[in-house]
Design a protein around this ligand. Structure first.
Ligand code: NDP
Ligand code: OXD
Length: 313
């Protein structure tokens, strides 16, 4: 009998307990789900981890064979020196679907210029100059075409948008122009009418959008950031919004979360703040990924979604 420790916030336990039990049974894993007070760390075989949970020092978990994150982004644990076990991040259908819906929804708002009509509802019938272009005439760039970025890129391409994706290493995504490296970044930014950032938080991605890179965008480009707050130099974005170099931004993630009440983003007329809700881990689909990884580990098979600790994601 394996001992699996649930180490997310205690209020999430009622949401996860039944889905985890069902998924473990379905995967043929015989296990006991536990909370931190139920057993000593030295008896834990697997940890279901969250950066908001009670376990952040793994030293005492001497028998633990893997740490399975409920989050996709692992920047808060990847550099943890007490963690010597394999770390897997969350890649699941719930996260992907949520991210696709958030990105498509906010991209469509700007593509169709919804805000213009909402702010000009004054009895004047304005047609001329306000017919939106078709998606086939709109260029969207996605920085980061991993699990989530590729799902968004694919859906936007299926809607007809001209989609370019950018990553660290070369990629192929059907219907999407894929670029990589520093030259690829310059090229893709220069055409991005809507720019979506779905990169992980690493030293290399910090302030990737800065005064210099924002200046490469077509004037009036729109930015959607559901990735991480570190990706954007906030002062540079605020300055670019001021000059009109950036037309608008919808931001879901921030350097400090919750975003402090006095932060200029809150009151900015061209910024929409959403409170880190772009994509949420859903217990039923996440539980299946956790159970599958435990099954694999027990059978000596390679783990899914293993984090490269040196790369940072
Ligand atoms: P993946 O690891 O699957 O994809 C990451 C992508 O970023 C890859 O294409 C990778 O390129 C690229 N990348 C990483 N570093 C660089 C770099 N230095 N230069 C260029 N490209 C780089 O992650 P996911 O798609 O699953 O998730 C992405 C991020 O989304 C998470 O790390 C998290 O921060 C965020 N997120 C936000 C949520 C929200 O609710 N707002 C919810 C879930 C996740 P390559 O493949 O070549 O390595
Ligand atoms: C995640 C997130 O990384 O919710 O899973 O941001």
């Amino acid at each position: 009998m394996l001992n699996i420790l649930f180490a997310d916030r205690i209020e999430n336990w009622p949401l996860y307990q039944a889905p985890l039990q069902a998924a473990l049974a379905e995967a043929g894993v015989t296990a006991r789900l536990c909370l931190p007070d139920d057993l000593p760390p030295s008896e834990v075989d697997y940890i279901v981890y969250s950066p908001r949970g009670p376990v952040q020092d793994f030293t005492a978990y001497t028998r633990t064979r893997a740490v399975l994150s409920l989050w996709a982004g692992v920047e808060r644990v990847v550099g943890n020196a007490t963690l010597t076990q394999p770390l897997c991040r969350m890649v699941d259908e719930g996260l992907s679907r949520g991210m696709v819906e958030w990105v498509v929804g906010h991209a469509m708002r700007y593509h169709l210029d919804v805000d213009f009509f909402q702010t000009h509802q004054d009895g004047v019938w304005r047609q001329a100059g306000h017919v939106p272009p078709l998606a086939t005439e709109r260029a969207i760039t996605i920085l980061g075409i991993g699990a989530l970025g590729a799902a968004c890129a694919t859906t936007l391409a299926q809607l007809g948008f001209k989609v370019t994706g950018w990553s660290r290493t070369p990629k192929t995504v059907a219907g999407v122009t894929c670029l990589h490296g520093a030259d690829g970044l310059r090229e893709t930014l220069s055409t991005a009418e809507i720019l979506v950032t779905i990169l992980p938080n690493t030293p290399e991605t910090t302030n990737l959008l800065n005064t210099e890179t924002l200046a490469l965008l077509p004037k009036g480009a729109v930015i959607l950031n559901p990735g991480r707050g570190n990706l954007i130099d906030d002062d540079a974005l605020l300055a670019a919004l001021e000059t009109g170099q950036v037309g608008a931004a919808t931001l879901d993630v921030f350097k400090t979360e919750p975003l402090p009440p006095e932060h200029p983003y809150w009151a900015h007329p061209k910024v929409t703040v959403t409170p880190h809700i772009a994509a949420e881990t859903r217990p039923s689909s996440a539980a299946r990924v956790i159970a599958e990884n435990i099954r694999r580990s027990e059978e000596g098979a390679p783990l899914l979604h293993l984090v490269d600790r040196t790369r940072g994601y």
